[in-house]
Write a protein that binds this ligand. Structure first.
Ligand SMILES: [Fe+2]
Length: 510
């Protein structure tokens, strides 16, 4: 024992001797491996990223606490250059607290731009799996970006094979555009490969348990572990088709439900503390810069939307959708977005959002019209955004969309519906990971839409995700599809590939 160590020990003994004589109970040991939910990262900047995990030795525990004891647990984290964790970059310890469901969000800074890192956690003798993450490139960089876009993973309706295939593509960044989970009670899906745990999610315990159940899926965990994510929610993270304070089924308890859902969402996603909810509100819309290549404008089209002016069915005769006060973004977020366009200095401006942006005319059959849940139900709000793209330095605008459980590629015209007007943006709609089950090569009622909508260039009713490769000169989009999700292990293929070239939003099919 060195002199220094002896002194430290003696000093420690002296402290113990002065403590009052109270019974000391060792903390209860964890019931098992607390890292069943895996690890994740998100919100990359040029010098930092958020690392996430949540301790849950019993992820399906009914009280939503994941089998954790009622006390704070210290969690060590490590960041390294290499997979073997021999070249450590940073380490630290954070507290996983009961009131955040033992989730931790480590906001790193001081990292190198455009660099890969590996990370892992340790708690009470247990070591987590390792994740890989990546910082954004330096401010002036035009380095290419490989990015995957996903939405709509329904636990009952299919295996998350598409998440696994996404992970195997090893992207630099993942965008998740919402319906990360579904609130429905166990057994609600007529055809299902497995069951949700518990009733329809309403309480904080319900939402915490549902998030935990989703992350028990190894394919989802693999997708989180491969790259940083940028997430925004849609409706099902809270309740079907909800709008600001107005759920589709009016319910006096909705504000409490919304607050619970947002709290659990924050706890279970690799978000910054700026997104921490306060009651029924959380700030989810934000801008993320990827060097000089791209600016991501991540939109929240749920918290500030006015209730659907025409109900939730296709309706051709509703005039309220032209009401200038009908809004998906709310006035403040719209202004924030237009300000962002005005300040744009990157090659590509990417809108990460939920619902169909362009116009879709459904003229045949009963119920012909448009989808009031998307931007077609909020025409004035959309037009102001299109005008904002045109009357700003924005060089290339790309809208990324989820929600509709099918792949679409579309051109957005200056006046939606007038295909003679200039093309001002490109819209890429990603299919679901699993929602809707296997899908099919054709869906007659939707394919019938295509002749009425010449600006829509592609449709597929298979499950999958969109993989993009963005360079200064072009954006290439591969519509990745899996032939089935109701059995595990599907291979992945590319249903179609489109290229958009710099300063020309027109889609070119390869
Ligand atoms: Fe969905």
């Amino acid at each position: 024992m060195s002199h220094l160590n002896r002194r430290t020990v003696l000093k420690g003994a002296a402290v113990v001797a002065t403590l009052p004589l109270i019974a000391w109970t060792p903390p209860m040991r964890l019931a098992g491996d607390p890292f069943t939910l895996g690890v994740a990262s998100g919100e990359p900047t040029a010098d930092g990223v958020v690392l996430w995990t949540r301790l849950a030795p019993d992820p399906l525990a009914e009280d939503g606490r994941g089998g954790m004891p009622n006390r704070t647990v210290d969690v060590d984290w490590q960041l390294a250059h290499d997979e073997g964790f021999t070249r450590i970059v940073q380490t630290g310890t954070v507290s996983a607290a009961v009131d955040s469901a033992h989730s931790v969000h480590v906001e790193l800074s001081g990292l190198q731009p455009g660099a890969d890192y590996h990370y892992r956690f340790r708690a009470e003798g247990h070591l987590s799996p390792a994740g890989r993450t990546r910082t954004a490139p330096a401010a002036g960089s035009l380095a290419p970006l490989t990015m995957c876009v996903a939405s709509c993973s329904h636990f009952e309706q299919g295996w998350f094979t598409a998440y696994r295939r996404l992970a195997e593509d090893s992207p630099d960044l993942v965008l998740h555009l919402g319906d990360y989970l579904y609130e429905y009670a166990a057994g609600r899906s007529p055809r299902r490969v497995r069951d949700h745990a518990g009733p329809e999610t309403v309480t904080l315990a319900d939402y915490r348990r549902r998030h935990a159940q989703y992350k028990t899926d190894p394919d989802l965990r693999a997708a989180h572990a491969v790259a940083p994510w940028l997430v925004v929610f849609d409706d099902h993270e809270v309740a079907d088709n909800w709008a600001d304070d107005t759920p589709s089924a009016p319910d006096a308890n909705f504000p409490a439900r919304r607050a619970a859902a947002l709290q659990a969402y924050y706890e279970n996603m690799p978000l910054r503390s700026t997104a921490r909810p306060s009651g029924v509100d959380m700030t989810l819309h934000r801008r993320v810069n990827w060097g000089a290549l791209a600016t991501f404008h991540m939109l929240d089209t749920r918290q500030y939307r006015t209730d659907q002016p025409c109900g939730d069915t296709f309706a051709s005769d509703c005039v309220q959708r032209f009401d200038p006060t009908a809004t998906l973004t709310g006035a403040a977020q719209e202004r924030w977005l237009l300000d962002g366009f005005a300040q744009s200095a990157t090659r590509w401006d990417v809108l990460g959002q939920q619902v169909f942006f362009g116009r879709v005319d459904v003229v045949s059959g009963p119920g012909g019209g448009y989808n009031p849940d998307g931007w077609d139900g909020y025409v004035a709000n959309r037009q102001r955004i299109i005008n904002g793209i045109e009357n700003s330095p924005v060089r290339n605008a790309v809208v990324l969309t989820g929600d509709v459980h099918s792949h679409w590629a579309a051109e957005v015209h200056e006046r939606p519906g007038d295909v003679e007007s200039p093309v001002v943006a490109t819209e890429l709609v990603t299919s679901s990971i699993s929602s809707g089950g296997d899908g099919s090569e054709t869906r007659a009622e939707i394919e019938a839409v295509l002749p009425e909508n010449p600006h829509i260039r592609y449709f597929s009713n298979r499950r999958g995700y969109v993989r993009t490769r963005i360079t200064p000169d072009e954006l290439r989009a591969d519509f990745r599809t899996v032939p089935f999700v109701e059995q595990p292990g599907a291979p992945v293929g590319t249903g179609a590939t489109f290229v958009v070239t710099d300063r020309d939003a027109v889609l070119r099919r390869l």
